[in-house]
Design a protein around this ligand. Structure first.
Ligand SMILES: [Zn+2]
Length: 707
């Protein structure tokens, strides 16, 4: 049996899932459903990458083990995927892969040993011991990459830590290296001989020129003393395997490389895979990964497809700090899963960047789904119900009625429309094979338009008034219903729920998962099939109302706040409009220094130490509906515990990772037995004093002072 193995990247488990993770997983799910229809034995992987210094440090700050930390992130991912029907139970992924699985450890060890025992194409040892050199912050106890440090003003000076704003040390430590530099020719040969190894073509060209410039060897371990949350190097546990030599290997350990899953899934059966990745991790998947595999004597992946990124409606990058991200809960609540899937696949030209906004998804849903496919389906079925007693009519027009039919303008040659649809089907399949989902959907909608036009021109409602035209009427409705059946089979991978439902309304009950669109034949819908109850599947969305609801739910950014005030620990109603200042009864500094005209001197403002903080953890305080207990990193080494009276307005999970402003020199005070070591600055809106937390639209380091 032909096999097809598709993967999403394994998402880094340092943060809650976002639109990007949902998107790639939708695409993978669609591809896999399509391949299953085509008769392939399929396997679909998604999951999380759980090791590394970032997770180690996040966990340390929260006083939990790294595994406890990632367990909780994994739960969020699984819940999200289940709500969008992408989990195993809904016919989605086969495995939620975690790099903390013991079978992954044994697979990685096996691959390390194989590579360590092998020679490069140029005859050298593939792994060797050397020294890794980098910029190290002693306060963070970690190496900083280029985007994590500030360049010095004088070139000969060291760069400084963005968090501590102190100079970094040049540090060198013993590390294992993978001799990537010896693989340039082998990789170029691979790209040359397999034009579909890297898709789209623009990305392939990018990687060809990258490799042609020459490759550096790759550091694949760290001292255990600098990174302990990792897989140990086999036979040398003082070293930890570093990042890519762990994460990438999940794609083969999941199907049984170097472990006992081989018996249940099958490495030889499913490898090589099609990897769907964001363009930001293209190099790792098309240079490092095939080189590791070649070194181990294994076959490189079948294809690595790099897709673009979602931007907001104006083309800006989506980011938490800009506050322009898509909220997956809102998406789930206001749109059907199928609408989200359709929009994602239709709107982004796969491989290029796309724009995602609530407004755009409403427009697409209304035009393409409600007015387009949904309308075609309900009008066809309604007419079959009304004019044919709920039974699919015959599509034939007998000899003696041909002339009558022709007089109405109806094409008596059925192959005109069946030929059109067969051709469209072939194009549709070709587009899916080429990963051009958007074009595939355009083609499918050309069928919708063609059939709509046929109905509008034939006017079945007029034909129904003339008993002599019964066959003509039947022919029009048959063609329409049969086209609908084809659309159900074609579009099932894109909108599984809705297509199965329309299929059911046509009176058919096969599982679309097993129907091969390539095997569709015109006329497969049998005369006299009894249709079932007609339910609209794509209701129109009231745009203004929905957008207003969404706006109300999503948090406006601090920039919109006209009144700045402080939210203190007890209740939001304690906030007061005016300048940014802490709660008056606490703020002696403010009271004492007020001038009679109500204005203060700059020195007086300077007494308030406002700092940038990042929320590491947030949870509701037991028995309080108002208070959130937060752990906030002010760049001080140890996070602060802060209570804020915002629980009625903010979901704690949504705050994690957010940059906020904290009054850092406020006397600590106890609330419900918890010490609050600072105060969150927020605007106070409206009568009820709804708090809106102040935030930043640009990247700012934790601990930075506001002045
Ligand atoms: Zn630092």
């Amino acid at each position: 049996m032909k096999t097809f193995y598709v993967t999403t990247p394994i998402y880094y488990a340092n943060d809650a899932p976002h639109l990007g993770s949902l998107y790639t997983t939708i695409v993978a799910d669609c591809l896999r459903r399509h391949k299953r229809q085509r008769g392939y034995d399929t396997y679909f992987l998604t999951g999380t990458d759980e090791h590394g210094i970032n997770i180690q440090r996040l966990a340390e700050r929260l006083n939990v083990t790294p595994k406890q930390y990632t367990d909780q992130i994994v739960e969020q991912f699984k819940r999200m995927f289940a709500s969008f029907a992408l989990d195993t139970e809904h016919g989605g992924y086969d495995i939620f892969m975690r790099t903390t699985e013991p079978f992954h450890y044994s697979g990685v060890e096996e691959l390390w040993r194989r590579v360590a025992g092998s020679k490069t194409p140029k005859g050298n040892d593939a792994i060797y011991k050397g020294h890794y050199e980098g910029w190290f912050c002693p306060n963070c106890a970690e190496y900083k990459t280029e985007d994590e440090y500030q360049r010095p003003e004088i070139e000969s000076d060291p760069p400084s830590c963005l968090i501590h704003l102190k100079p970094l040390d040049r540090v060198s430590e013993e590390s294992y290296f993978f001799r990537l530099s010896d693989f340039d020719e082998a990789l170029l040969n691979l790209y040359e001989s397999r034009p579909d190894f890297i898709l789209p073509e623009s990305r392939r060209n990018e990687m060809i020129s990258f490799v042609r410039r020459g490759l550096d060897d790759l550091s694949i371990s760290r001292q255990k003393t600098s990174v302990s949350w990792a897989i140990p190097v086999p036979d040398d546990p003082s070293h930890s395997i570093y990042v890519w030599f762990d994460a990438l290997i999940n794609y083969i350990t999941a199907i049984g490389f170097g472990n006992d899953r081989d018996a249940t899934v099958g490495f030889a059966k499913f490898w090589p895979a099609v990897h769907l990745v964001g363009k930001d991790i293209l190099r790792q998947h098309t240079v490092y990964w095939p080189a590791f595999l070649l070194a181990a004597g294994l076959v490189p992946p079948r294809t690595v497809f790099a897709h673009g990124m979602w931007q907001d409606a104006t083309g800006r990058k989506m980011s938490k700090t800009l506050g322009n991200t898509i909220d997956l809960d809102i998406l789930h609540q206001h749109f059907s899963n199928d609408a989200v899937r359709y929009f994602s696949l239709r709107e982004m030209v796969f491989g290029q960047d796309g724009r995602f906004s609530y407004e755009a998804i409403i427009d697409r849903t209304n035009s393409d789904l409600a007015s387009g496919l949904g309308n075609l389906s309900s009008r066809t079925l309604t007419m079959v119900g009304r004019y044919c007693e709920g039974r699919i009519p015959s599509g034939r027009i007998s000899e003696d009625k041909l002339l009558l039919a022709k007089r109405t303008g109806v094409d008596t040659d059925e192959t005109t429309i069946s030929g059109f649809i067969e051709h469209a089907r072939d194009q549709f399949l070709q587009h899916l094979d080429n990963y051009t989902f958007s074009r595939a959907l355009e083609v499918a909608w050309s069928i919708v338009a063609r059939v709509d036009k046929m109905i509008t021109e034939a006017k079945p409602w007029d034909l129904a008034k003339d008993a002599n035209q019964q066959q003509t009427l039947g022919a029009v409705l048959y063609r329409s219903a049969e086209s609908l059946r084809w659309l159900c089979v074609l579009l099932y991978p894109v909108m599984p729920e809705a297509m199965q439902a329309i299929y059911g309304q046509l009176g058919l009950n096969h599982s679309l998962a097993d129907l091969d669109p390539a095997a569709l034949e015109w006329g497969g819908l049998h005369e006299n099939t009894t249709i079932s109850e007609i339910k609209p599947l794509f209701p129109r969305i009231d745009k203004a109302k929905t957008l207003a609801e969404i706006r109300q739910r999503s948090e406006p950014t601090g920039a919109h706040a006209t009144q700045a005030a402080a939210v203190t620990g007890t209740t939001a109603t304690e906030t007061r409009p005016g300048a940014v200042r802490p709660h008056a009864t606490e703020g002696e500094a403010v009271n004492d220094t007020r001038e009679s005209d109500g204005l203060i001197q700059i020195e007086q403002f300077a007494k308030v130490d406002l700092r940038v903080g990042q929320v590491l953890k947030a949870e509701r305080l037991p028995k309080s509906d108002k208070l959130l207990l937060m752990s906030v990193d002010l760049g001080e080494g140890k996070p602060r515990q802060i209570l804020a009276g915002i629980a009625q307005y903010y979901e704690p999970e949504k705050l994690i990772g957010r940059k906020i402003i904290v009054v850092a020199n406020l006397k600590p005070r106890k609330l419900r037995g918890y010490e609050s070591q600072g105060m969150v600055v927020a605007a106070s809106i409206g009568e009820e004093g709804r708090p809106v937390i102040a935030t930043f639209t640009e990247e700012v380091p934790n601990g930075a002072r506001l002045k």
